[in-house]
Design a protein around this ligand. Structure first.
Ligand SMILES: [Zn+2]
Ligand SMILES: [Zn+2]
Length: 382
């Protein structure tokens, strides 16, 4: 067993616009008691395990919470949910010093969604980096339930720490894709290049950020389609083309752009459209370029309503064009397992998605970079 300090350095979020490094952060109670009233099969005194964080990437969500706060985030708290860490003590399934990806959802294990292992839909969930201290810290406390559901997943040596911290968003993308045409079932079997019959489908991805570019690689390398990508930032569009986008388009939702995007499709629009942008206009664009009988995956959380900026979805387009709309949120431990295989097999090259590293002391810079769409993911190395 490695030494576990009682105080450690952590970037603590104190409220909108306020984050600073506390060099004497202590492990926080896991607050299991908050939902223990209904959850009879959880031991509220379970101690969990301590991990040493090796890398934690900054998600767009972290930047939005930093700027505006979030209804589910109660400061002071440590953000960060895209985590590669190291175990410090032997457990029944792994020895101390094992590098792991951390599944960030802590399920109640007693609701109907938990019964079906759809932990991402748990009605009483806690989340690492939102309601429990997360990965922008030297150390973190992981609840016993996370270990119990297989939420600490050992990593192969071939995956670097920063790549490994992106197993989380990759797992989320796999969940999103499996909702589109696989009823939520697994889409990857090692050794079979195409588990889904999608190679004849036309695919459009809206969003040029890390999530759009992970979807791009999945659709191209796993599902053997030839996706196009619609974005706003030229450096990111260059990366999209280098990763195999058949064509990239600048989005501005003008009639000219929409008709150009439509003309490029062989038919009257795209069979699968992924919304990987939090911009409310992305959803509208999706309905404009989706073909009849198509599916739209609403992957991204869309920015919440503000005056004149609400996302709109015309019900008559859905009806007359017989469009299916799927949603997805977070992921399951199964998605994590697949994500590790897919990243290890380089079906998706996650190293292309991490464009910067920074130290814990520079967390605010990392958040600024993220909210201003500079580069792709920034990894915080505590
Ligand atoms: Zn994230
Ligand atoms: Zn539950």
């Amino acid at each position: 067993m490695k030494e576990i300090p009682s105080k450690f350095r952590a970037a603590v979020f104190y409220g909108p616009g306020r984050i600073s490094v506390d060099s004497k952060r202590e492990f926080q109670p896991l607050r299991v008691s908050e939902y223990d009233n209904n959850a009879t099969n959880i031991k509220s005194n379970s101690r969990g395990t301590i991990l040493k964080v090796r890398s934690c990437c900054v998600c767009g969500y972290d930047a939005r919470v930093f700027r505006n706060g979030h209804r589910k985030v109660k400061p002071p708290i440590v953000l960060g949910h895209e985590i590669c860490a190291e175990t410090l003590e032997d457990t029944s399934i792994m020895s101390a010093g094992t590098r792991v990806a951390v599944y960030p959802v802590l399920p109640c294990l007693s609701c109907k969604y938990c019964y079906y292992k759809m932990y991402n839909l748990c009605t009483n969930m806690q989340e690492v980096g939102s309601t429990l201290d997360g990965g922008f810290a030297e150390y973190m406390h992981i609840p016993q339930e996370t270990v119990q559901i297989g939420g600490l997943l050992p990593l192969p040596d071939s995956l670097g720490d920063d790549e490994a911290s992106l197993i989380e968003p990759l797992a989320c993308c796999l969940n999103g894709i499996s909702q589109i045409s696989h009823n939520g079932r697994s889409i990857y079997r090692r050794g079979s290049s195409n588990a889904l019959q999608t190679d004849d489908k036309s695919v459009a991805i809206i969003g040029d950020g890390p999530i759009g570019l992970i979807h791009l690689q999945l659709f191209k390398n796993l599902l053997r389609t030839k996706p196009i990508l619609i974005g706003k930032i030229s450096e990111r569009m260059d990366i999209a083309r280098s990763l195999g986008a058949k064509r990239t388009f600048f989005s501005n939702n003008t009639d000219a752009t929409v008709s150009e995007i439509l003309q490029f499709s062989d038919s009257d629009g795209y069979d699968l459209v992924v919304v990987a942008s939090s911009d409310p206009s992305a959803l509208e664009l999706a309905t404009m370029i989706a073909s009849k009988g198509s599916t739209i995956s609403v992957f991204a959380g869309i920015k919440e309503k503000s005056a004149g900026n609400a996302a709109t979805l015309d019900p008559n387009i859905i009806h007359y064009n017989q469009i299916s709309v799927t949603g997805s949120f977070s992921s399951t431990p199964d998605n994590f397992k697949q994500a590790i295989q897919i990243a290890t097999d380089k079906v998706v090259d996650l190293s292309k998605i991490v464009t910067r590293q920074c130290s814990l002391d520079r967390i605010t810079d990392a958040l600024f970079l993220t909210e201003n769409y500079k580069g792709l993911r920034t990894a915080v190395i505590p």
